[in-house]
Write a protein of this length. Structure first.
Length: 232
């Protein structure tokens, strides 16, 4: 998957960036690698499964994964973290509020996959709203977007938003799992993500890319929430 190319073509300041996605695991989760052509360093977002395929993609791109950053702690986004970290020595970051969800990955795998898996390692550090996470030549701004989970985060760099399971093309992340909160989710989307430029390319945790302006104009959940706010 080669997405975000249009955004890179339109924004010369990010011409050094390499952005590639790979769909992994039973739940067809999008793992993202954001690398720098010049420095050869990269950030991996949400290595959910198939770590050898993720590592192969990084080799094909000619980059080294120096940092693993998770949008949240659900099983389908975190199963590959341990193997990627062990293979690369990369630091692992996530929001503190999803720590217990991540620690329960082994039990979750037993329920959803019918097998126990070793949970991810403990994070090397925690991220928070408005933090910047970076390797040489790649910098992402953290946007805390609770709702899908308490610690859900999205990541923004020039022209691109990695939205995890908060915002999808024509939909939003589910909020019926433990820790989910619909009102929080809608506040995260309306009050934070929709403040980004309309042309921002949204690269989500599942399914296809979209743009902020498209979702603002057509996403039924967003339109319903905007109408509700107008009627207050």
């Amino acid at each position: 998957m080669d997405v975000g190319a249009k955004a890179m073509a339109e924004e010369p300041r990010v011409n050094e960036l390499l952005v590639r996605g790979i769909v992994v695991g039973l739940f067809a989760e999008n793992c993202w690698i954001i690398g720098n052509r010049r420095t050869g360093e990269a950030i991996c977002i949400d290595p959910g499964d198939q770590p050898q395929d993720i590592l192969a993609l990084a080799r094909d791109l000619g980059v080294r994964i120096k940092l693993i950053v998770n949008s949240h702690g659900h099983l389908d986004h975190i199963l590959g973290v341990r193997a990627i970290k062990e293979a690369t020595g990369a630091k692992f970051l996530m929001h503190r509020d999803d720590l217990e969800i991540a620690r329960s990955a082994g039990r979750s795998a037993l329920m959803w996959l019918g097998r126990y898996v070793e949970p991810p390692p403990e994070p090397d550090a925690f991220i928070a709203d408005e933090d910047e996470v970076d390797v040489d030549g790649v910098k992402l701004k953290v946007i805390h977007t609770p709702g899908h989970t308490p610690g859900s985060c999205s990541f923004y760099t020039e022209g691109m938003l990695f939205s995890g399971d908060t915002l999808f093309r024509g939909s939003i992340g589910r909020t019926d799992l433990p820790g989910g909160n619909y009102d929080q989710e809608m506040a995260s989307i309306i009050d934070k993500l929709l403040k980004l430029p309309d042309e921002t390319v949204v690269l989500p945790g599942h399914m296809e890319e979209t743009r902020i302006g498209v979702e603002k104009a057509t996403n039924p959940f967003i339109l319903m929430e905007l109408r509700r706010r107008e009627q207050r």
